[in-house]
Design a protein around this ligand. Structure first.
Ligand code: SR1
Ligand code: MG
Length: 389
């Protein structure tokens, strides 16, 4: 039975006692302390320690944390996250945190604590290259995207999978914040006063609005694979030689290029931030990281899908072109939409404005410069401010 607000009857935000009880069976000894560590937009995240070990407890709130109860949000996202972690973890072993427990009534997950890892975005902001993680993430994308698509998954299984991953409320957030609001005068948009004219220019650009609207239609209708759905550098934990994708609550059957484009867009934003602060060496490192990511995706596809398959090459070309388009909208929304990125936001005023203009120009170039034909074409447009036809 569900309450009027659509919550299972036992649901309540976890207090200290509830957190310790939930974590206890997964700790090596009696639970001792719980500390909130989350700074995300949606959920509560805690580290619970006990017996010399620790686990992470993540609980969904019945509303969007960053906005408050004015924006109610389904608790079903905890189920989606748990099930997507299981599916992706099965296809790409070791590339996601281990799910120890899912409590459906509390909309809570108990997860392996990767306390020795850091969020990839923080490493990129600090100018630290973490060895091997881009290649692992590219391989993760190949395994999870191909593995949940009609390329590799038997059609009946894939159709059954699609039934479990209808995720309308989280998809609506993306449809709104990524494809719609940045192109209209939406109250959710946020940007610096100094970027206001650039934001207004975007809204006046009919070609750009049309491109974003067409892309939103593709996002809504191309149920190609079980995508992560929010695969930016803040959704990846890294340590040398170990990348783990996390935060799978936006997972749904969507276009493969969305995950790939999000990774590339966020690398391009990190690159722009380093370039404007004179760190050309790390900007070049990010060029190599992006290529490593893409090459590993293509190599993964090659391993999973026999070369005798004549459709493989055009398939990869189509995914690349899609990734370029999705990278374009991601770059734009991270500058003028609701959710920004630390890479750019943490810059001092002057360089920040330059990085913002670069990101907007590159996003436009990706969206309006024709479909990307090769990785170098995509990456050049994502990173070099050049005029487009
Ligand atoms: C209000 S939610 C804003 C953003 O946070 C998530 O990580 C997604 O990127 C979403 O668009
Ligand atoms: Mg997230």
């Amino acid at each position: 039975m569900m309450s009027a607000l659509g919550q299972p009857p036992a649901y309540a935000p976890l207090d200290q006692q509830g957190l310790l009880a939930l974590a206890a069976p997964h700790l090596p000894g009696a639970p001792e302390s719980a500390q909130e560590i989350g700074d995300g937009n949606l959920n509560l995240v805690f580290r619970v320690r006990g017996g010399g070990g620790s686990v992470i407890v993540k609980q969904a709130l019945p509303y969007l944390r960053v906005v408050g109860d004015a924006w109610p949000l389904t608790l079903d996202r905890a189920r989606i996250e748990a099930e997507a972690l299981t599916v992706h973890g099965g296809l790409a072993p070791g590339r996601v945190p281990r799910l120890l427990h899912h409590d459906a009534a509390l909309a809570a997950l108990v997860l392996e604590d990767l306390g020795d890892h850091e969020v990839w975005r923080r490493a990129l902001v600090a100018g630290r290259d973490v060895e091997g993680v881009a290649a692992q993430l590219g391989d993760y994308c190949a395994r999870t995207l191909l593995g949940t698509s009609d390329v590799l998954m038997p059609p009946d299984e894939r159709k059954a999978l699609a039934l479990r991953f209808s995720n309308p409320e989280l998809c609506a957030i993306t449809e709104d914040l990524v494809f719609t609001s940045p192109y209209i005068d939406s109250p959710s948009n946020r940007y610096d006063d100094a970027a206001a004219e650039a934001a207004a220019e975007l809204r006046r650009d009919r070609s750009l609005r049309r491109a974003a609207a067409m892309l939103r239609f593709r996002f809504r209708t191309r149920a190609e694979a079980l995508v992560h759905g929010d695969l930016h550098s803040g959704s990846v934990l890294v340590a040398p030689g170990d990348a783990r994708a996390f935060d799978h609550e936006f997972a749904f059957m969507g276009p493969m290029g969305f995950d790939l484009g999000n990774v590339l867009a966020n690398l391009a934003l990190a690159r722009a931030a380093h370039e404007v602060t004179g760190n050309a060496a790390f900007a070049r490192t990010i060029d190599a990281v992006a290529a490593e990511f893409w090459d590993a995706f293509v190599a993964g596809v090659g391993r999973l899908w026999p070369p005798s398959e004549p459709w493989r090459e055009p398939f990869v070309a189509g995914v690349l072109a899609d990734a370029g388009d999705y990278a374009g909208v991601e770059m734009i929304r991270r500058i003028v939409g609701l959710a920004h990125v630390a890479d750019v936001d943490e810059l001092p005023d002057g360089p920040r404005l330059v990085a913002q203009r670069t990101a907007l120009a590159c996003g436009r170039h990706l969206l309006l410069g024709g479909r990307a034909t090769a990785f170098t074409d995509l990456w050049t447009r994502a990173t070099r401010e050049e005029p487009y036809a």
